[in-house]
Design a protein around this ligand. Structure first.
Ligand code: SAH
Length: 449
């Protein structure tokens, strides 16, 4: 069978004929009227709905059986009677006259099919399986209905209006494009939602600060999984992989509030406003962060903001990258034969701050776990040496812990300077416990010519 050609048709003012006057015919009549077609119904009997439309002058009803002359000047015909012979005759005549015909539930007597449709104002999502599986079309329609709620109608209207205004404005085509792209983003939609749903005191929403773990969905806690399954809104950072995001229900709003979201980056205050806005609109809001939300995230500030706004919240911890990296390398961070302290550090500090932090590290043989080591270990290695840590101290670099692309390299502090950084996210473990790791030697650095 040839492929079907998908199209959205303008029917305004076009003469369309419906043969038959039952409930199916009435439904077809409504569909055609919605698009402004000029509808004529030919049927000996008709439903009250068809009669009313005829009395109101919205359609013409000819109270008699079909006649071949009814096809004169017609653009499109829907045959909705219970006579296969009549449908055959209509279809044949339509073919001869070049008129589009649809005989209801008889694919072989159709020039076109009605798709399964999700309608959200001007937004229409049409699905066709070319008759292979109407049930699949129904299922996909339900899924799309969940995913794209009724709010898409008014939202699309609003961005349409903004688009028209932008075309009047005196700005460069490049900036216009950038703004139009941002206006249609998931984030812009999330903001629209938050704006449209005013605070309701009767059914308060809730914010869940949830740890997504290091990347492997199996390392989510059951509680995180359950909360995510029933989320209305998920505000996540860039570290959370699609495999975990897809646990959220199809209808949930997903918004990446990580470093980049849409065209411009989102500020911390905007994140607070989204959390409070959605929760006040009675939504279950999941603030999903990689690893544990309480370690090197902004959860501290977000908790304060949410608490101050009087919004109900809960914190669900996650497996932090240090634990995942240690598990992958098969080392105990506090192996009592080598260390009895751990220090979690962020290398993402202003000039001088990291050096100061390290100076205060007493030489107790504590295991150092360094988050956000950046893409060049030179400064880090120098700072560690300057703090008085021996060049022979074992160092582990764990990249993408728990993900299929995970890699683990071992070196010593003296050689760390010349180790090329593996793909982010990566973590550094420095200390005697790292010596026992299951790891490879780092790949040689490519010499600059
Ligand atoms: N809250 C997170 C840390 C966020 S800071 C947690 O508890 O894990 C981001 C840093 O975490 C990255 O720069 C990297 O150092 C580390 N990280 C996060 N996921 C990681 C992973 N799968 N493998 C290695 N390091 C990871």
């Amino acid at each position: 069978m040839d492929e079907l050609f998908p199209l959205f048709l303008k029917l305004a003012g076009r003469p369309c004929l419906i043969v038959g006057g039952g409930v199916v015919a009435e439904a077809k009549m409504q569909g055609l009227l919605r698009c402004g077609a000029e509808v004529r119904v030919v049927a000996s009997e008709a439903t009250p709905g068809i009669r009313e439309a005829a009395i109101a002058g919205r359609i013409v009803w000819d109270e008699r059986p079909f006649l071949p002359a009814d096809l004169a000047g017609v653009f499109l015909v829907v045959a909705a009677t219970n006579s296969a012979e009549l449908h055959e005759e209509i279809f044949r005549r339509c073919q001869q006259a070049g008129i589009l015909c649809n005989a209801v539930d008889e694919p072989e007597r159709c020039d076109f099919y009605y798709p399964a449709i999700v309608r959200r104002g001007a937004l229409q999502l049409a699905i066709s399986t070319a008759g292979h599986s109407p049930f699949l079309a129904q299922r996909l329609r339900h899924e799309l209905e969940e995913r794209f709620g009724p709010e898409y109608g008014p939202w699309l209207e609003e961005i349409g209006q903004q688009r028209r205004e932008l075309f009047q404005a005196d700005i460069s085509p490049e900036s216009r494009r950038a703004i139009l792209k941002e206006l249609s983003s998931e984030r812009a939609f999330a903001e629209f939602q938050a704006r449209e749903n005013p605070a309701s005191e009767s059914a308060p929403g809730r914010v869940y600060f949830v740890g997504a773990g290091p990347g492997d969905p199996d390392l989510l806690t059951r509680k995180a999984w359950t909360v995510l399954r029933s989320a209305d809104v998920v505000l996540h950072d860039a570290l959370v992989p699609p495999r975990i995001l897809s646990i959220a229900p199809a209808g949930a709003i997903l918004c990446n509030v990580g470093k980049r979201c849409g065209a411009k980056s989102i500020t911390q205050e905007e994140i607070h406003a989204l959390l409070i806005g959605y929760a006040s609109a009675a939504k279950r809001v999941v603030r999903l962060q990689g690893g544990d939300p309480l370690i090197f995230g902004r959860a501290g500030e977000e908790i304060s903001a949410v608490r101050e706004a009087g919004v109900d919240f809960e914190v669900i911890p996650g497996v932090t990258a240090a634990s995942a990296a240690a598990a992958s390398a098969q080392i105990a961070l506090t192996d009592r034969r080598a260390a009895s302290q751990i220090i979690f550090l962020s290398a993402h500090r202003r000039e001088g701050e990291l050096e100061r932090d390290l100076k205060s590290v007493p030489r107790t043989g504590a295991t150092l776990v360094i988050y956000m080591p950046g893409s060049n270990y030179e400064r880090l290695a120098r700072a560690l040496r300057d703090a008085g840590i021996s060049g022979e101290t074992a160092c582990l670099i764990v990249s993408q812990a728990s993900a299929p692309q995970e890699s683990i390299y071992r070196t010593d502090l003296a050689s760390l300077t010349s180790v090329p950084a593996p793909p982010a996210p990566a973590l550094l473990i420095v200390g005697a416990v790292a010596a026992a790791a299951k790891a490879e030697a780092p790949p040689p650095i490519v010499e600059a010519v």
